[in-house]
Design a protein around this ligand. Structure first.
Ligand code: FES
Length: 151
């Protein structure tokens, strides 16, 4: 991490106005904002660590935990909603033991929700590591996640 972070910081002057672009670069590099990196950014821009954390918390684009190896994205769009998306999301939370925006402690799964994935005719939908799973039911969620004994 040290080498990459130094590389990122080397292309900035260290002004407060650069905080967000720096955090975006850090997240692009590591997939999230590690605490150690945020502390280094604070030192580099000469601001309190709490300020960096406060700014990063304000924007939904920033993550404080790494993504899991399996990324589960549930659609919460209108078409999916009326066909049972809330029950699908509840089942995902129950099976994985995490809330939206979280990653399981073993870093195996992350759970996100989105407004629409563009497959409304197949609602309700999920995307698991880029693959669309259509016409989901809570039972299908359980089967998908237990496939290969992953949960
Ligand atoms: S609303 Fe879910 S795919 Fe469009």
């Amino acid at each position: 991490m040290e080498y990459s972070l130094s590389e990122i910081l080397s292309s900035y002057k260290g002004t407060q106005g650069e905080l967000i672009p720096i955090l975006q670069k850090v997240q692009a590099e590591f997939g999230y904002l590690p605490e150690e990196a945020m502390n280094r950014v604070a030192e580099f821009c000469r601001v309190a660590e709490s300020k960096v954390f406060g700014i990063a918390s304000f924007y939904a684009q920033f993550r404080f935990v790494p993504l899991g190896r399996t990324q589960v994205t549930a659609c919460r769009g209108t078409a999916c909603h009326v066909r049972g998306a809330p029950q699908i999301v509840d089942e995902l939370k129950r099976q994985l033991g995490i809330e939206e925006g979280e990653t399981t402690p073993d870093l195996e799964y992350s759970l996100e929700t989105v407004a629409c994935i563009g497959c409304c005719a197949l609602a309700p939908c999920l995307v698991i590591n880029g693959k669309v799973e259509s016409k989901m039911t809570p039972k299908k969620v359980k089967e998908l996640l237990t496939k290969g004994g992953q949960v």
